[in-house]
Design a binder for this molecule. Structure first.
Ligand code: G3P
Ligand code: CA
Length: 274
């Protein structure tokens, strides 16, 4: 086979495979990169929202880590998903009712495996200092309605580190709470804002237009993703990112959907290079 026709044939094969298609940009120069976002870190392999999970995501060459930010009783910003510590630590109680000292004394790793015993609930500051410039950070404001003023505190931490103008440092903010996102957009106009939803009611043309007024990304649960939705989001000038990939089937589905980013517990399911 002549060199040129061999190249065309190779390219065709690459583009027929959704896993390869997502990363063919390097080879063909025609397609976009899909960002891999490690959900609560590489949480399929290490306890979610701990240094072990975030380090694993760096090691796996994910593009971003996703973190859930809440606040202790005495005002420390901490990284944990649930509103209580019950599922992911050896303690009990609401995050908002425990002091930082109490939260920090808990074991946040053993529930996932004895090899992770001793992992601690990280602070937001620690995560920014340890990972900025090394990997992108997708910051989720988790239940901000429980933490009045948390938007200002998050913005302050970013500004102190000059991370509010993320040209070189990749920072983004997401939430299911749209009022909170509007506030963040006003506080940090240069940081991309991402709307999270699992509701089809938020996919109407009017709802999407309202989001496009302040959001850069629309982030639906993958169960409500359709080609039509992806096209309509893109037509309004937003990007689209979906969650949460925990199987090869869901990875393949989203890789075929012209996503801009995919949020996953298993970075290697989305990017086979890792
Ligand atoms: O990034 C999407 C995802 O984090 C939203 O759901 O419950 O895992 O925070 P949840
Ligand atoms: Ca989250």
């Amino acid at each position: 086979m002549a060199a040129e026709s061999k190249r065309t044939e190779d390219k065709k094969n690459i583009l027929q495979n959704p896993f390869h298609r997502a990363f063919a940009a390097e080879l063909t120069g025609e397609l976009r990169q899909i960002d891999t976002v490690a959900h609560r870190g590489a949480s399929g392999y290490a306890p979610e929202n701990t240094i072990a999970a975030f380090d694993k995501a760096v090691e796996m060459k994910a593009d971003y880590i996703e973190i859930d930010v809440q606040r202790s009783k005495d005002g420390q910003l901490v990284i944990i998903h649930d509103n209580t510590v019950n599922r992911t630590t050896d303690g009990t109680g609401y995050v908002k009712d425990l002091t930082f000292e109490q939260l920090r004394s808990l074991d946040a790793g053993s529930w996932k495996g004895e090899e992770f015993s001793g992992e601690k609930i990280p602070t937001f500051e620690e995560i920014l200092d340890r990972y900025h410039g090394k990997i992108g950070i997708l910051i989720e404001l988790k239940s901000p309605e429980l933490y009045p003023g948390i938007e200002e505190s998050v913005a302050q931490e970013l500004k102190e580190r000059h991370l509010d103008n993320p040209q070189n440092e990749k920072m983004m903010i997401q939430s299911f709470n749209f009022d909170s996102l509007k506030k963040m957009n006003a506080l940090l106009p240069k940081v991309p804002i991402e709307v999270l939803t699992s509701s089809k009611a938020h996919t109407t043309e009017q709802a999407l237009k309202d989001f496009a007024a302040y959001a850069d990304y629309f982030n639906p649960i993958y169960g409500i993703v359709t080609e039509d939705l992806v096209n309509r989001v893109h037509a309004l000038g937003m990007k689209i990112s979906s969650w949460t990939v925990r199987s090869h089937e869901s990875a393949e589905f989203l890789l075929n959907m012209n996503m801009d980013a995919i949020i996953t517990d298993y970075p290697d399911y989305v990017d086979p290079r890792n």
